[in-house]
Design a protein around this ligand. Structure first.
Ligand code: 6CS
Length: 361
């Protein structure tokens, strides 16, 4: 499949020069005024592949398109990045393998799909760990040494370098039962990503979690193979999950964290000026993607609210109701320390200290 996809069939990949996608917003030309970097004349023409877990218009995809455009401009057109949407190169876990083997150079990856490999990365599955405020979450993701140094080193043991972590927004629950208290999860067949700790988090509420690719999720919910799921609002609406679910619970129990990743061996073999160009672009993109996810999450909330053909009851949890879930979620941190982590939870504990010291600033 990869060979076919890499064979230059434009329907599979995006050259990265296509700025016509309206959903990338007016900002798609941001960075367009930037001068080609000094020394770009030394750069040899090259094509890289950048795979995402989402489809055209969704946050990860427009992120990769914008990244590609900026790299092309900075390199005076020498670096051409082909962007692949979800599905073109297999499932989410296939994509992880393709990055590791170097079949693709770059990927947007969710830690929830590397849980069976990088044990420490599962800390993102812990509910009520990150701050409630999404901006504060992004600040932690930008500044945390636990994540950007210690966790990165763990991923690098598997030839994956996370260059940045960014939020795609707070996650909410959808179901037909209308989740308001932990007992509503009793035996609920909850669809989750492949991380064992995500499963543990839902077992703590009494649910019956099942891992599944999101490509099968609409049908799974429609046919009752699974009965609930978690995602940011933009994704729930754009993937039409709300059409096959009666309720959406605004729980803000966690943020959806994505990682900009590169194949470590490939990246380390690049000329220093190209590495710098990648690093600078990754850093610039942090604010860009923050605003993009915020815009999409706001817009798609309205889409759900105004979809009269597929009405979805929106249930907003009170702080007291959230506390009932929090009480059950917090002991899962000990499970992570004792049963999951290979360093007794050292990265988690450092992250928790960082969160505490940032929230006190
Ligand atoms: O639920 C999922 O698996 C998908 N959710 C998002 C927000 N992005 C891609 C991911 O695979």
């Amino acid at each position: 499949m990869l060979l076919a996809a890499c064979g230059g069939d434009d329907s599979e990949g995006d050259s990265g020069d296509d700025t016509t996608d309206e959903s990338s917003g007016d900002d798609s030309s941001e960075g367009g005024d930037e001068e080609a970097s000094e020394g770009s004349s030394d750069i040899e023409e090259q094509t890289w592949r950048f795979v995402t877990e989402e489809v055209q218009g969704q946050v990860q995809y427009v992120y990769a398109e914008e990244f590609a455009n900026r790299m092309s401009e900075k390199s005076d057109g020498k670096i051409n990045i082909e962007v692949y949407e979800f599905g073109g190169l297999g499932s989410e876990t296939d994509q992880v393998e393709q990055l590791q083997s170097g079949n693709v150079e770059m990927a947007v990856m969710s830690p929830g799909f590397t849980g069976n490999m990088v044990a420490e990365g599962q800390l993102f599955a812990l509910h009520f760990l990150l701050p409630d405020d999404t901006r504060a979450v992004q600040d932690i993701l930008n500044e945390s040494e636990a994540l950007n140094t210690d966790l990165r080193e763990r991923y690098e043991e598997y030839d994956i370098s996370p260059l940045a972590y960014w939020t795609e927004g707070a996650m909410q629950w959808t179901s037909n039962v209308g989740i308001q208290e932990p007992s509503d999860f009793e035996n609920l067949k909850m669809r989750v990503q492949t991380s064992p700790l995500i499963m543990e988090s839902y077992e703590a509420y009494g649910a019956s979690p099942q891992s599944m690719s999101w490509g099968e999720l609409y049908t799974g919910l429609d046919q009752g193979t699974v009965e609930g799921q978690e995602n940011p609002i933009f994704f729930i609406a754009d993937a039409s999950f709300h059409e096959v679910q009666d309720t959406m619970t605004i729980s803000n129990h966690n943020n959806y964290v994505a990682m900009t990743t590169v194949n470590t061996t490939w990246y380390e073999g690049l000329d220093e000026n190209i590495q710098t160009m990648i690093d600078e672009t990754t850093e610039e993109m942090q604010e860009w993607v923050y605003e993009e996810q915020e815009r999409q999450n706001e817009e798609y909330l309205t889409v759900i609210e105004e979809d009269t053909e597929n009405p979805t009851e929106i249930i907003e949890l009170t702080e007291e109701q959230r506390d009932e879930f929090r009480k059950l979620a917090e002991p899962v941190r000990d499970f992570y320390r004792d049963e999951v982590s290979t360093v007794d939870g050292a990265i988690l504990d450092k992250l928790m200290e960082e969160i505490e010291s940032m929230s006190g600033e």
